[in-house]
Write a protein of this length. Structure first.
Length: 209
């Protein structure tokens, strides 16, 4: 690839990211469904038709935001769960990773919380799908622990659903925490909730349906 082509590709990627950033900022007031393509183009400094070189529609733009919101979080959570030898360390590290991601990209998590409850249906469905993927991946890793060896797949999904639900609630609490000490209390509570859930689950025995 020539230097000119590489330069062109880099410019395209920068413009695409600028569109995503502008959409996140503007949607804070209007929601994704109220976004104007012209407003985004004006904020980025491109003509409206240039938007279509990157996205087919506002809906596709929203789906790209969902994908970006979850991609790094999933990867970091996988890394935290790679070794299950010390469950306390895994819990602490997972909560810490979540908090770090929220602070590094608060606008993405704010977008996720807002759009999962209202707005464009396909975007809401994409957020539900991403949360479901988190649950499935966690259930697979939980199956590697000694306790759940005889658990049914449904039991594992129920436990992973509880843990992911706690993480979602923790994310919202981090975003709205007014002071650092409040956030520290939120993170401590999250660790305790997950720890108690896993301890209680260790004594569970699957029941035939």
């Amino acid at each position: 690839m020539s230097d000119v082509a590489e330069s062109r590709q880099e410019r395209k990627e920068r413009t695409r990211q600028a569109i995503l950033d502008a959409a996140l900022e503007l949607s804070e007031e209007t929601g994704l469904g109220g976004l104007s393509l012209r407003a985004i183009a004006k904020r980025v400094g491109i003509v409206p038709t240039a938007f279509y070189r990157h996205f087919d529609s506002i809906e596709q733009l929203g789906l790209a935001l969902v994908d970006t919101s979850f991609a790094s979080l999933r990867q970091m959570m996988r890394q935290a769960r790679r070794e299950w030898t010390d469950i306390d360390a895994v819990i602490t590290q997972s909560v810490s990773i979540l908090a770090r991601n929220v602070h590094q990209r608060p606008e993405y998590f704010t977008f996720m919380f807002r759009e999962r409850m209202s707005g464009i249906e396909s975007v809401r469905a994409a957020i539900r799908h991403e949360l479901d993927l988190l649950e499935r991946e966690l259930a697979t890793d939980l199956a590697r622990l000694p306790g759940p060896a005889d658990w049914s797949s449904e039991d594992l999904r129920v436990l992973s659903n509880l843990i992911v639900g706690m993480m979602v609630n923790t994310t919202e609490a981090i975003l709205t925490a007014p002071r650092p000490e409040v956030e520290r209390a939120v993170l401590h509570t999250a660790e305790q909730q997950i720890r108690l859930t896993i301890i209680g689950a260790a004594n569970w025995r699957s029941r035939p349906r």
